[in-house]
Design a protein around this ligand. Structure first.
Ligand code: HEC
Ligand code: HEC
Length: 305
C-alpha cells in the first residue's frame, strides 16, 4: 500500500471512530427540549402520533463501548491500521505456513514407512487404502468415475477391471500416475477410404465376438494385419508398451458399437492421462496407486481381498 493510501485508511479509521466516540460522550448528555407531557412536541397524522423521548439504555452503550475498545485493541495487535503491522506481527501468509507445517507433520507421522513399501503390499493395509481413496476421490474420480468404472466419453479407462492399457503391476500404475500417459491411435480414413474403415471395423468387432458383417470382416482382416498389427498385435490382443488396447476382450475405451469403432479407426484417438508428479508427493502417488491396485482386486472372482 502506498503512503498516500495508508494515510487515507488511517484518516478514515480515525474519523469514523472519532465520530463514534464523540457520540458516546455527547448523546447521553445532550439536552433535548421536552414538553411537560414528556414528548418532544413533534406530531404526525393529525396528532395521532407524537414523538416521545427516551435515552439510549445503559446496557446498549456499555456493549457498544466494548465493541469500540475491541476495535482499537484489534488494530493495535493485527494489521489494519494503514501500514502498521500490528504488535503481534501476524500475517495470513505466516498463518498459512504454520498451518501447513502442522498439517505436514501430522501427514508425515501418519504415513511413516508407506513410501518404501511396495504398492502391492500397501494395498492390503486398510489405513493406507483409506488415505488413497480420499486422494482418488479428490483427483481422479472426475475422469475415472467414483468407483473407478471409467468414462467412455472421456476415454478414461476403467480402473476396477483387470484389463490394463499400460500394465496393472504396482510399478506400472505408479508410472502411469507419475508421468501421465498419452495413447496415440493414428487416423486411418486416408489410407483405408470409407469402405475400408467399415471393413476393418467389422473385423475388429469379430475379434471380440461382437455383432458384425462376416463378409466385410473377411475383407478387413488383411488390412488389419498390414496396418494395425504393429501396435495391436497380430491377434489384436494389444501392446502395453504403446498403450494399444486389447481389441478381443469386449472391453472398450471409447465404445464397442460399430459407430464408435468406425470413429476410432477413421479419426484416430489420443487419450491423455495428466502427469501427477508435480501435484502429488511421491508418498501420495504411492497411496493412490495402492488404492487403484486394490480396486481391480477387491471382489474379483478369484476372491482376492
Ligand atoms: C483428465 C482426466 C483424468 C484424470 C483427472 C485422471 N486420469 Fe487417469 N487416465 C485418463 C485417461 C484419458 C487415461 C488413458 C490414457 C491413454 O489413453 O493412453 C488414463 C489412464 C490411467 C491409468 C492407466 C490405466 C491402464 O489401463 O493402464 C491409470 C493407472 C490412471 N489413469 C490412474 C489415474 C489416477 C490414480 C488419477 C488421479 C491421481 C488419474 N488417473 C486422473 C484420464 C484421467
Ligand atoms: C501406432 C500404434 C497404433 C496403430 C498402428 C493402430 N492403433 Fe489402434 N490404438 C492405438 C492406441 C495407442 C489406442 C488407444 C488410444 C487412446 O488411448 O486414446 C488405439 C485405439 C484403438 C481403438 C479403440 C479401442 C477402444 O477400446 O475403444 C480401435 C478400435 C483401434 N485402435 C483400432 C485400430 C485399427 C483397426 C488399426 C489399423 C487400421 C489401428 N488401431 C492401428 C494404437 C495404434
Amino acid at each position: 500500500m502506498s503512503t498516500f493510501w495508508a494515510g487515507w485508511v488511517i484518516f478514515l479509521i480515525c474519523f469514523n471512530l472519532g465520530i463514534t466516540f464523540f457520540l458516546f460522550l455527547w448523546a447521553p448528555r445532550a439536552k433535548v427540549p421536552t414538553l411537560p407531557d414528556g414528548t418532544t412536541g413533534h406530531v404526525w397524522a393529525n396528532g395521532a402520533l407524537r414523538e416521545g423521548m427516551a435515552r439510549l439504555p445503559g446496557w446498549w452503550i456499555a456493549i457498544s463501548f466494548a465493541g469500540f475498545i475491541a476495535g482499537f485493541t484489534y488494530l493495535a495487535l493485527y494489521p489494519g491500521f494503514g501500514n502498521f503491522k500490528g504488535a503481534l506481527d501476524w500475517t495470513s501468509r505466516g498463518q498459512l505456513a504454520a498451518d501447513t507445517a502442522a498439517n505436514d507433520a501430522m501427514w508425515n507421522a501418519a504415513t511413516v514407512g508407506f513410501a518404501e513399501r511396495p504398492v502391492e503390499q500397501l494395498a492390503s493395509n486398510s489405513k493406507a487404502r483409506a488415505m488413497g481413496e480420499v486422494l482418488y476421490r479428490d483427483n481422479c474420480a472426475a475422469c475415472h468415475g467414483r468407483a473407478g468404472q471409467g468414462s467412455q466419453a472421456l476415454g478414461a479407462p476403467s480402473l476396477s477391471d483387470d484389463d490394463w492399457l499400460y500394465g496393472g503391476s504396482g510399478e506400472a500404475i505408479v508410472t502411469s500416475i507419475q508421468g501421465g500417459r498419452h495413447g496415440v491411435m493414428p487416423a486411418w480414413r486416408e489410407p483405408l477410404g470409407d469402405d475400408g474403415v467399415v471393413d476393418v471395423a467389422n473385423y475388429v468387432l469379430s475379434l471380440s465376438g461382437g455383432l458384425h458383417d462376416a463378409a466385410r470382416a473377411a475383407a478387413g482382416k488383411e488390412k488389419f494385419a498390414t496396418l494395425c498389427a504393429a501396435c495391436h498385435g497380430p491377434d489384436g490382443k494389444g501392446n502395453q508398451g504403446v498403450g494399444a488396447p486389447n481389441l478381443t476382450d469386449g472391453i472398450w475405451l471409447y465404445g464397442g458399437d460399430l459407430d464408435s469403432v468406425e470413429h476410432s479407426i477413421a479419426s484416430g484417438r489420443s487419450g491423455t492421462m495428466p502427469a501427477w508428479s508435480e501435484r502429488l508427493s511421491p508418498t501420495q502417488i504411492h497411496l493412490v496407486a495402492a488404492y487403484v491396485y486394490s480396486l481391480s482386486r477387491d471382489g474379483a472372482p478369484s476372491g482376492g481381498q
